[in-house]
Design a protein around this ligand. Structure first.
Ligand code: PGA
Length: 252
């Protein structure tokens, strides 16, 4: 059985390095007993060194090195023992809910930089809204195709796809997805991957769900939605709640 993957995306939290250390210690200690689950924490970049457990990064810059003030390369992340790198999160695609963020082209470059550094990219895709004509499916398909452009077929399987419908993310979201919708999206994304990289890769690629995951709904994405894991925002900053999510995934 392959391990389930649960990633906590801390975004611009907590307020201090001491809190980051404390929260991550509680999570890693509590998660140790769940042998079939990999728990990853993606803290703000300056806290990476102080965060315990398997490390993720929230973003990366695609150049190898040079005069890029404020940017962080995949090699820098690797030297800090980071294993997973989120690329294309909607809050990077549409910063402050406006334009000017990551495009499909920059996401493609970032994803390739992460693979080149032999780290694991977590590619976030998801529609802003849904429509009855299913145009959103085409939107997601295009996001995946463009993100994976010129990625050699035999390494597409190393990418983790995080399906995160933008309307379901954050504290203003009305709702998370339901289990059946999650299954539907899981099958749809595998079909897109099959067209790009073949049926074997489509079968084995990890697809995880993110957007308003909590203790109550976590299990359903795994049992009904057949997801390989979860990307958790708000609830990953509260050790008890995050551990509750991990426990429920373990039971699913
Ligand atoms: P949320 O965030 O769990 O707070 O909705 C998820 C995400 O943005 O990855």
């Amino acid at each position: 059985m392959t391990k389930k993957l649960i990633i906590g995306n801390w975004k611009m939290n907590p307020k201090s390095v001491r809190q980051a250390k404390d929260i991550s210690e509680k999570i890693t200690r509590g998660a140790k007993k769940f042998k079939n689950i990999s728990v990853v924490i993606a803290p703000p970049a300056p806290f990476i060194g102080a965060t315990k457990g398997i490390l993720g990064a929230q973003d990366v810059f695609y150049e190898k090195d040079g005069a890029y003030t404020g940017k962080i390369s995949a090699d820098i992340l690797k030297s800090l023992a980071v294993k997973y790198v989120i690329v294309g999160h909607s809050e990077k695609r549409y910063p402050l809910s406006g334009g000017g963020g990551d495009t499909d082209e920059t996401i493609n470059k970032k994803l390739k930089a992460v693979l080149n550094a032999r780290l694991t990219p977590v590619l976030c895709v998801g529609e802003l809204t849904r429509d009855h004509q299913s145009h959103y499916l085409h939107f997601i398909k295009e996001q995946i195709i463009r993100a994976l452009k010129n990625v050699s077929k035999n390494i597409v399987g190393k990418v983790i796809v995080a399906y995160e419908p933008v309307w379901a993310i954050g504290k203003n979201a009305k709702n998370a997805l339901d289990g059946e919708e999650a299954l539907h999206m899981n099958i749809f994304i595998r079909k897109v991957i099959a067209d790009i990289a073949g049926a074997t890769t489509a079968k084995k690629i990890k697809i995880i769900y993110g957007g308003s995951v909590d203790v109550k709904n976590a299990e359903i994405f795994i049992s009904l939605g057949k997801m390989d894991g979860l990307l958790v925002g708000r609830e990953s900053l509260m050790p008890q709640k995050f551990l509750g999510i991990i426990e429920n995934v373990n039971r699913a």
